[in-house]
Write a protein that binds this ligand. Sequence first.
Ligand SMILES: Cc1cc2nc3c(=O)[nH]c(=O)nc-3n(C[C@H](O)[C@H](O)[C@H](O)COP(=O)(O)OP(=O)(O)OC[C@H]3O[C@@H](n4cnc5c(N)ncnc54)[C@H](O)[C@@H]3O)c2cc1C
Length: 282
Amino acid sequence: MPLLEGEIRSSFAMTEPDVASSDATNIQLAIERDGDQYVLNGRKWWISNALHPNCRIMIVMGKTATDGPRHRQQSMILVPLDTPGVDVVRNLPVFGYQDQEGHAEIVFSDVRVPSANLIAGEGDGFMIAQARLGPGRIHHCMRAIGAAERALEAMCARAVSRHTFGAPVATRGNVQDWIAESRIEIEMARLLTLKAAWLMDTVGNKHARTEIAAIKVAAPNVALKVLDRAIQVHGGGGVSDDFFLATAYAHLRTLRLADGPDEVHKLSIARRELAPHITRAE
Ligand SMILES: Cc1cc2nc3c(=O)[nH]c(=O)nc-3n(C[C@H](O)[C@H](O)[C@H](O)COP(=O)(O)OP(=O)(O)OC[C@H]3O[C@@H](n4cnc5c(N)ncnc54)[C@H](O)[C@@H]3O)c2cc1C
């Protein structure tokens, strides 16, 4: 299998420019059956990886039905990137940076693929998304913690080496407070990530939903706080590209949106916390 061997890459196409896609029931791309084929029409954006030279295939989420239960109208289907009618119209920048693998806007015009390309069955889109997105999210969190750790190290090294008003910046109370807070927050995020990973391994993704959502909010926010402090300690250099801090900040800021905005993860945590109280109150 070339994908598992790492010879080719894939991308996941769900988000659409025309609708609020953090509520995936809004997505509109049409997947219509026509004999032994499906025909796709619609527009997607922020499709990461799609501009990588080895990216060959997309998992596209769209609607195979426009009526029936709200979470059973969506399906996922495999679409090779070189299928006629697939048009990559642009690479979206992130705060002005062009990411190496790219974030594509893609138009689908009468794109035809064999019906066998449908993953699982019609209406299974949400079920597949819920099963697969957890492992992806925890990877983001691990990388965010790694970036935070690196930023703390850079902050300490810089604070020790720069002198102002007769003393190293590292001797200032506020800087020591930033360093200490950073260590505390990183360790909290790391332990919550480990707990989520342990639950995924031992009781499965479904039972780790609260922890996965919690860490998806906590880890990028912690990393951004630490990076922001490290940037401040680096002075003007911190926002330049002489250090990794500015690019890391831009990248990590997107993690508060990509794979679901903070607010949507908090909504799902709050719903589960409230559920037993609502049942009791009824
Ligand atoms: C760098 C990057 C890479 C990405 N990669 C991919 C990819 O590979 N594939 C893909 O399909 N998508 C990808 N995305 C898209 C990302 O998943 C969406 O941007 C995200 O899900 C939000 O959808 P939206 O942009 O349509 O925002 P909208 O749905 O319009 O939401 C806007 C804002 O509304 C607020 N909001 C939404 N719901 C609630 C609520 N219940 N309560 C309070 N506030 C709320 C949130 O603050 C949210 O940010 C990527 C995005 C970025 C920035």
